[in-house]
Design a protein around this ligand. Structure first.
Ligand code: WTA
Length: 646
């Protein structure tokens, strides 16, 4: 890996909010004097009632709990909207850029957004939504997604946003898990010119898990089914609602949202975040990581269905009074200049995206980029997966013309906001390294087997030794699973699931997941989820899924499938299984390779040896390691002999 150093550009060192010495000084203070540090930082939020106790945290099983800013009261929606009305009511908050460049866009000022949110909050109330109720949101990248989320936050309802690419089955599972009685959706979504049948998907999901109310936003105008007594048009309901709605005073530890994410076992977990700590954490990280000042045009290209969209499209930018682009489309439609044309059209200064999109665009050649202007760009960000040095170099050299620092932000759904990241005015960059911890974050490496702390330059499992305000608070409905998943492996620490190297300069290099989670195009996928979808097929008796290297996606999905006795393992069946998984989970879970396997490598106790399956998928078959504990070592020869050509 390249260890070339890109020093902080002089103008950034001189003008950024945080330069190198400020970083050192503030980081040290955040650890040695957390009371003082967070007392200051928490003032970025308007509190209805000031907090009394900074934190109440124990990582021990017996008295396990996590709380921050105890006793404080606030409303995060009021922080995102109301408090800006006087100073920047007429400033654009959201500049919406549609899927196709010829479709008219929309600009919502802070005042517009406030009116829409209050109106929709009253719609929710009129439909029986109370404080604490869970509201499922299944919307495309339209301003109404942010409006619906903020309206929930305004009245203290807990939103659960489900990515609009998930299937009806996946949606139903999430509605059921959080017992949500209301779903907010649109007639259809649009991505790259293709329609996504959102309302039809909701109808199908609700056949499995009924809900009382469906609010439908008319987006494409496509015709949809309508269930009298259950379905309501957004525009009809809004026409009858008042545009005034007081913001509920929420306790700092009241739930704000649930967001389902994949883990190494079982079904997706409802990651729950609360109000006060999340507000402070997302606002602080957004301000420092992007050196954000109101007036600058900021664009985070993530979907609201993922945590990056929650923290860095909806909450933090609005809390910080930002003007931002919200994009409905995809990077390669109508052509692969689309991102850079949007940058030029709206004079974007700060651009934040996932490496998978960059790798896909990089393959198309530089002309698509260089024929655009991009002179407005000042800062580039990366998130969601490790950025390989080649993609980093291309992003830096071609997109940013060597002028723009790159902030490679490592974080997770569980962490609420950026944890290990460069700051543009403070951190000399090493391509591929997320670099240094954010204020208040204490990363450490442990020996994966022994659990002992590793000092200095080392590689190991990445843990965080103490809490930070944006930490998730529980797995919805299963607090014990929260403890077992993250705190039981290395007692006293939060275990991230990632492997990591720390170099002699104290820079962190995330090497990827070391559990059974794979990262496909920056989307988290549990191998167990894909396996359970496969075994639901009537002809499949067993399945094992692992990640494989993929040039564009980062990781692809490699599935080993054992079919029922007497089944012909045909090409048709292979195709059918690929479609089956798409239908069960969604297109993001499409297997890249399906290998039929009459047997899977198992130990005598019946445990699948995934290590071997991973090596075969990675085409690293020279050294499969010790296979002597396998019940039937012959299985491996068969797997090697029957690898599909990829
Ligand atoms: C990976 C996305 C390397 C990592 C915000 C983590 C990264 C998982 C980076 C979380 C990065 C995220 N460098 N790896 N900059 N950012 N990851 O929950 O494996 O969708 O554990 O949150 O993505 O994915 P999640």
């Amino acid at each position: 890996m390249s260890e070339e150093l890109f020093p902080v550009p002089g103008e950034w060192a001189a003008s950024a909010k945080i330069n190198a010495s400020a970083y050192d000084e503030r980081y040290a203070r955040s650890i040695s004097d957390p009371e003082g540090f967070w007392r200051e930082e928490s003032q970025r939020i308007d509190w209805i009632k000031p907090w009394e106790t900074l934190k109440d945290v124990s990582y021990n099983e017996a008295d396990f709990r996590i709380g921050w800013f105890m006793g404080g009261k606030l409303n995060i929606c009021a922080n995102a909207l109301d408090r800006h009305l006087e100073t920047r009511g007429d400033t654009p908050a959201i500049i919406w850029e549609p899927d196709h460049p010829d479709t008219p866009g929309r600009t919502l000022t802070y005042r517009d957004l406030h009116t829409e949110v209050c109106t929709f909050a009253n719609v929710l109330k009129a439909n029986g939504v109370n404080k604490g109720d869970r509201v499922t949101i299944y919307l495309p990248m339209v301003p109404e997604a942010a409006i619906a989320m903020l309206a929930c936050a305004r009245i203290g309802a807990v939103h659960s946003v489900v990515f609009a690419g998930f299937s009806p089955d996946a949606l139903a599972g999430r509605i059921e898990d959080c017992q949500s009685n209301i779903v907010i959706t649109a007639d259809e979504g649009l991505r790259g010119g293709k329609k996504v049948p959102l309302k039809a998907n909701v109808d199908a999901a609700l056949e499995k898990t009924p809900a009382d109310t469906v609010i439908v936003y008319r987006h494409t105008g496509g015709s949809v089914g309508f269930v009298e007594g259950r379905d309501v048009w957004w525009h009809d309901a809004a026409a009858n609602a008042s545009p005034e709605c007081a913001a509920e005073a929420m306790d700092a530890e009241d739930p704000l949202f649930i967001l389902y994410t994949s883990g190494s076992t079982g079904k997706p977990k409802g990651v729950m975040h609360t109000t006060g700590g999340y507000a402070v954490w997302t606002s602080m990280t957004h301000e420092y990581v992007f050196d954000y000042r109101p007036g600058q045009v900021y664009w985070c290209a993530a979907d609201v269905g993922w945590v990056t969209g929650h923290s860095y499209v909806v909450y933090a930018p609005l809390i910080n009074g930002a003007t931002q682009v919200m994009f409905e489309g995809v990077p390669n439609y109508p052509d692969v200049s689309r991102f850079w044309n949007v940058v030029d059209k709206h004079k974007v200064e700060i651009f934040y995206a996932a490496p998978t999109a960059l790798r896909a665009l990089m393959r198309e050649g530089d002309d698509w980029v260089t024929k655009t202007d991009r002179s407005s760009l000042r800062l580039l960000g990366s998130v969601g997966e490790p950025i390989n040095p080649e993609a980093w170099d291309w992003y830096h050299r071609v997109v940013g013309e060597r002028r723009c620092p790159i902030v490679d932000t490592w974080w997770q759904t569980e962490t609420g906001g950026a944890m290990i990241t460069p700051l543009p005015g403070a951190t000399d960059l090493k391509p591929g390294s997320a670099s240094k911890p954010m204020f208040g974050v204490q990363p450490a490496l442990v020996d994966p087997e022994k659990g002992t702390l590793l000092k200095g330059a080392a590689s190991g499992a990445l843990v965080i030794t103490d809490s930070w305000p944006g930490q998730m608070r529980t797995v919805y409905g299963d607090h014990d699973r929260f403890f077992q998943t993250y705190f039981s492996q290395y007692p006293g620490y939060y275990f991230t699931g990632d492997g990591c190297r720390r170099d002699e300069d104290g820079y962190y290099w995330i090497t990827g997941r070391i559990d059974d989670v794979i990262n496909v195009s920056g989307h988290r996928m549990g191998t167990a989820e894909v396996e359970s979808a496969l075994v639901e097929h009537p002809l499949v008796s067993e399945a094992a899924v692992v990640g494989m290297p993929h040039d564009v996606k980062g990781q692809g999905i490699y599935a080993y499938v054992t079919t029922n006795a007497g089944t012909e393992d045909s090409e048709e069946l292979r195709k059918e299984l690929v479609q089956w998984v798409r239908k069960e989970i969604g297109p993001i879970a499409t297997p890249d390779v399906v290998q039929f396997a009459p047997g899977l490598p198992k130990t005598r106790s019946g445990k699948i040896m995934r290590r071997i399956l991973r090596k075969i998928a990675e085409n690293d078959t020279g050294n499969l390691g010790d296979t002597s504990t396998l019940a039937d070592p012959g299985v491996v020869d068969d797997l090697l002999a029957n690898r599909p050509r990829t």
